[in-house]
Design a protein around this ligand. Structure first.
Ligand code: FMN
Length: 390
């Protein structure tokens, strides 16, 4: 096989105690990790020492909707730090690792967001990255004056205009606009300041931004769209895409398509990095890794697993007995909360977390034991993969 000369790029996708849904119960876990700043700093410093390229913080702007009994036993996406605030703190205690925070184009204002990420880029001396999401849940919309989320197409229409405004605002000042010359008394050159004067379908923003141009010019743009609209958006704007494919057969056509699509926007294929998700469970031997995995699996509460499965499938699974084959369910029309197309949800995780979604239709044993991972492109297959001598 031909060797590629480039270095492998590694991002550390932090969840408070890890991606496994029961990881907070692990005997060695910091159960309060979601609001434990020292815990995050230690993880970031470890990732930096291990030569990771970036820290990545996901986000949602609501407490996850869940049955109280499932909520009672859950730790993820319920009570944790706001990521921009957290990552600004991490910036001060690390020196060169990239710092990516998630922020939603559906619920932020572009001026706020452009200013916050420009600030992070200055604070971190050019290490900021923005994971651009459109958000997926109605529970989030309810925190921003709406009963339901925008329709899927509108989310991306808004995202496109939002991102254009943010990019325009980051260009408000030329790189050398601030001379801060004490002798002449000239702080800045107004000729090097540019108002945006944007008036579009969703946003009206005059600008300029009240912070100098970010050291990177534009912080790194990251995205994880799956749908046609999501891929079109990524092809236009993203410099990094997180993907959730679970096998190489699925991943290859996607990779080739995106690399080709970016050229339609005047970009070169290598202007975009595609980073597949992986959830490794590491041991010195396969047995040790298996044992770690089994321990985590044994900590899953069935009601939590059922709630995750219900969210993925868009069907309330709590009415089905755990120890009986599942009935033949209709193909999910609106799975994974407000995702418009159940198949996207399946490609996000169920298809891989459960070996085959037809498990639901075939009436095989309920897949509770496969639902420990959170569906971000991870598979329990990894536990069987061995590298090196160990
Ligand atoms: C690795 C990964 C991380 C993601 N992180 C977030 C996140 O933090 N917040 C969020 O609202 N959505 C997140 N998403 C969802 C995506 O932004 C996107 O909505 C989803 O992949 C569905 O694609 P679509 O929007 O094109 O339908 C993530 C998706 C993936 C694969």
């Amino acid at each position: 096989m031909a060797r590629r000369d480039e270095k492998m790029r590694l991002g550390a996708f932090f969840m408070p105690t890890g991606h496994h849904v029961a990881s907070w119960r692990h005997p060695e876990a910091d159960a309060d990790a979601g609001v434990n700043f020292k815990h995050y700093v230690a993880m970031a410093q470890l990732a930096e020492a291990a030569k990771f390229d970036m820290v990545f913080l996901a986000d949602g702007v609501a407490v996850r909707d869940a049955h109280p009994e499932a909520l009672r036993r859950s730790a993820q996406y319920i009570a944790n730090f706001e990521p921009l605030t957290l990552i600004s703190g991490i910036a001060a205690l690390t020196s060169h690792i990239g710092l990516t925070a998630t922020a939603s184009t559906s619920f932020y204002e572009p001026y706020h967001l452009a200013r916050a990420f420009a600030s992070l880029d200055h604070i971190s001396s050019g290490r900021a990255g923005w994971n651009i999401v459109t958000s997926t849940r109605n529970s989030e919309a309810k925190n921003f004056g709406r009963e339901t989320h925008y329709g899927h197409a509108e989310r991306y229409e808004r995202a496109r205009e939002f991102t254009q405004v943010v990019l325009g605002l980051w260009d408000s000042w030329d790189d050398d606009a601030f001379m801060r010359d004490k002798a002449t008394g000239q702080f800045l050159d107004p000729d090097k300041m540019h108002a945006l004067d944007h008036a579009g379908k969703f946003y009206s923003v005059r600008g300029p931004l009240n912070i100098p141009r970010p050291p990177q010019g534009w912080p790194v743009l990251i995205q994880a769209g799956v749908s046609e609209d999501g891929r079109a958006f990524a092809s236009e704007f993203a410099e990094v895409i997180f993907t959730s494919h679970l096998n190489i057969e699925q991943a290859k056509p996607y990779y080739n398509e995106v690399k080709q699509r970016v050229t339609q926007f005047g970009r070169t294929p290598d202007s975009i990095k595609i980073m597949p998700g992986l959830n490794p469970i590491v041991g010195r031997t396969a047995e040790e890794a298996e044992a770690k995995y089994e321990l985590l699996q044994s900590l899953i509460e069935p009601i939590v697993a059922l709630e995750i499965l219900s969210t993925f499938l868009g069907v309330d699974m709590s009415k089905y007995p755990l120890d009986e084959p599942l009935p033949d369910l209709a193909a999910p029309e609106n799975a994974f909360g407000s995702f418009p197309d159940g198949r996207q949800a399946l490609s996000l995780g169920v298809e891989g977390a459960i070996p085959d979604v037809s498990i639901v239709r075939c009436g095989r044993a309920p897949p509770i034991e496969h639902l420990g991972l959170d569906g971000s492109g991870v598979s329990d297959d990894g536990v069987h993969t061995q590298y090196g001598d160990g």
